[in-house]
Design a protein around this ligand. Sequence first.
Ligand SMILES: Cc1cc2nc3c(=O)[nH]c(=O)nc-3n(C[C@H](O)[C@H](O)[C@H](O)COP(=O)(O)OP(=O)(O)OC[C@H]3O[C@@H](n4cnc5c(N)ncnc54)[C@H](O)[C@@H]3O)c2cc1C
Length: 475
Amino acid sequence: MMDDVREKLSTLLGPRGYTEDAADMAPWLTDWRGRYHGRAMAMVSPASTQQVVQIVQICAAHRIPIVPQGGNSGMVAGATPDDTGKAVLLSLRRMDAIGMDRIDEGLAVCEAGVILQTLHEALAARGRRFPLTLGGKGSATVGGLVSTNAGGTQVLRHGTMRALVAGLEAVMADGSVIDGTAALKKDNRGYDLQQLLIGAEGTLGIVTRAVLKTVPALIDRCVAWIGLDSPHAAYRLLQFLQDKAPDQLEGFEIIPDDTARATAAHLPGARLPLAGSHRWHVLAEWVQDRPGQTDPRALAEQLLADAMEQGLAQDAALSGSEAQADDFWRIRDSISEAERALGPALQHDVSVPVGAMPDFIVDAAAQIEQAYPGTHAIAFGHLGDGNVHFHVRAPQDVDAEAWYAGDGRTIGHKVYDIVDSYGGSISAEHGIGQAKLDELARLTDPGRMNALGAIKRALDPLGILNPGKILSLHG
Ligand SMILES: Cc1cc2nc3c(=O)[nH]c(=O)nc-3n(C[C@H](O)[C@H](O)[C@H](O)COP(=O)(O)OP(=O)(O)OC[C@H]3O[C@@H](n4cnc5c(N)ncnc54)[C@H](O)[C@@H]3O)c2cc1C
């Protein structure tokens, strides 16, 4: 049977679209963090939606699992097959055309394999911007961004992928195509299948094209590095800034002092923008992307002067140039990389109600450090979205693998229990994949789990689409 499938797929796709070569497949069979390793019977790279349809039909006829993959930059091993070697790895990277026919409507039509950075560059040339960006932009593809409902640092003003997709085309498990690329503003033909596919991590359908909403290119921006003494102070500052001028505030990121210092020390030539010592730092960005808006630097100066007068911030440095703005962001964007150099750490991407986030940050860090002496817990990231990256560094000189297998497991449970006690989510941005499968089942109420399972069984009755991700129904 396998030989029959191989024959059909290789005939359909030819040498450019079909490989079983171990060296060709190797980079795509391990997740970005290097923690999960899988095997596949073949990697297929279709060039069109029609070829995706035929691949799905061939696989469905033989009940072969399909693992869709974009840039493989996901953080929860959602694009990594299991180790049975039965699955077909379906790479969308060859489908990378960008259509600008509807740019006058503000829409960019992208095939699933378009890389985010390439899209940014193509839109800049047309005076437009896709206002979602993240550290993995050089690898992450439109199909992956849609399928993980990616967020990033601009969510405060523009929302996640859910808010930025105007239309989708997807191939379903039976090989049928749902075409929503007309991108209708109003469409009440029953359930919202588009939103169902966004964030489905390839378990309900294969995204082949997306119509994305764009905004005007930036005219100017100003980035501020702000010193303050607690996450509570940062939250009060955020409320003040949002009350005064929400339209131009695009980012609001929080960083603890020791993390900011360790990151600056790790980066050649970098130093923190503020000379004084502050227990916490905030990186805020104001933009101008429409004529008539206030100059962002003047806006930041005025707002921060008022904030300091009211005791909402201790000190602030404003970027004086694009290069300086990039330098400020480089520190924020390099936290994970700098942390890797410091030794083993566990990463948790969590959300709680925005107003509860300051308490969560302080409380969760104290609980973890007390229960696991020698660990260091830090929270940084998107305070304005109620989403932080909660990282727990191992005690010094531990054996990394032994720590991950031992305390690492129970620390994860405890962090998620605390998140749950705040009414939060164990996955704010990255999804469930296979990394959080057990925790989702453990902490989710039966009603929600039953609904997720019923949707999966209804849309993929053979269980061939990315089995063992989000749910273990067919795993
Ligand atoms: C340095 C770094 C920083 C990051 N920062 C952020 C951040 O701030 N916010 C954030 O949200 N994410 C972040 N990420 C995670 C990652 O970039 C996103 O999850 C991204 O959306 C993944 O895109 P991808 O093309 O690499 O998808 P992959 O990793 O290839 O796949 C991710 C999931 O989507 C499925 N999938 C992929 N393509 C398709 C398709 N066409 N149809 C159906 N299913 C598909 C896969 O099966 C898998 O389940 C970061 C990653 C890195 C490496």
